[in-house]
Write a protein that binds this ligand. Sequence first.
Ligand code: GLY
Ligand code: MN
Length: 419
Amino acid sequence: MNPLFEKSVYVARREALARKMGSGLLLFLGNNDSPMNYPANCYNFRQDSNFIYYFGLTAPSLAAIIDVDNNRTILFGDDFTIDDIIWVGDQPSISTLAAMVGVTESMPMAKLQDYLDQNASRKVHFTKPYRFDHQITMANLLKKNVNEIKNFASIELHKAIISMRSIKEAREIEEMEKAADMAYNMHTTVMHNTKVGTTEHHLVGLADGVANGEGTGFSFPIILTQHGEIFHNTDHNVALQDGKLLLMDAGVEGLMNYCSDKTRTYPTNGKFTQKQKDIYEIVLKANMEGINLVKAGTPYRDIHFAAAEIVMQGLKDLGLMKGDVKEGVRLGAHALFFPHGLGHQLGLDVHDMEGLGEDYVGYNDEFKRSDIFGTCNLRMARHLEPGMVMTVEPGIYFIPKLIEMWRAEGHLADFVNFD
Ligand code: GLY
Ligand code: MN
């Protein structure tokens, strides 16, 4: 199990959540071990982030109820038997785990169904299950059709959780700083070992070693590639070639599950060509000026557009784009080269709280998601608030198929110098 904050932290968070919700049963399912290729050979365990936030415990096969009306909080789980203990060693009992995070009641997992049955007339709030086993479990517990269970998730609970998790406590930022330092070590380890002829795969292994050795592993599957224009390229079985750029977009999940997310791009042979440098400098400017604009009260969408204008102006100066920059960005012309959003909230998830719905996390009544190509991928548009933590990650990419398509269609031809 990972380290915990003081138990008063979890008690205070649960009390605040109960106050926000006002009434009902709040049901949290912790994650289970997930088999990879046979039942006993599982993927690395990762606890659900809402469960970590309110209950801290990073052991599998736990559940919890906050009964708001009766002022009770109960942890559900099964004590290890001697058959378990001979394989995994002695483990704390469920009541001990509960006490570690300030929960005074615990029950065997089988009692969860009884508790819900006895309260069948009451409103049960739960978050949208993103794991298939949870969809089945939740449907069984609440006697609903498994194919429809997601529709019964509580938007009210989603919004209450988002309002809390969006505003990071100082102790959370401290953990994120540690995860950022781990990512620094990971990136510089890779940089120092980058040389023509070595394989991307080898560098991924070095990064993995740092991420696992210092934290709990990568905060998302590493992107390390000489084809940065393929956003989620996971094919690393290639050697580094002379004259190429290497892009590494990777972060570490720290020991308390807080994430970092950094991207760096540099030449495989240690020296930029003029062309590479020209593009690199534009992205760096968009990055630095974007970071300078991050402050409470500013809509993140404005920062995205400011970065997009820097990208478009830079490409215009190089002769790749043309026309009015503000108008081009408004119409989405920059997205030929910068088709993703500027960034997202960062926290216990690398795309923080994305499991609760991007539109609830990054949008609201005032900010609706755009339907323009590129701009529609922006994960966060609304006003920044004190305590939020954002990534700022602009980029310029040359995606041959996309360029061919726009050119063939004459799409936004007033803003792109296709020749
Ligand atoms: N930096 C990777 C991502 O945000 O998906
Ligand atoms: Mn990111």
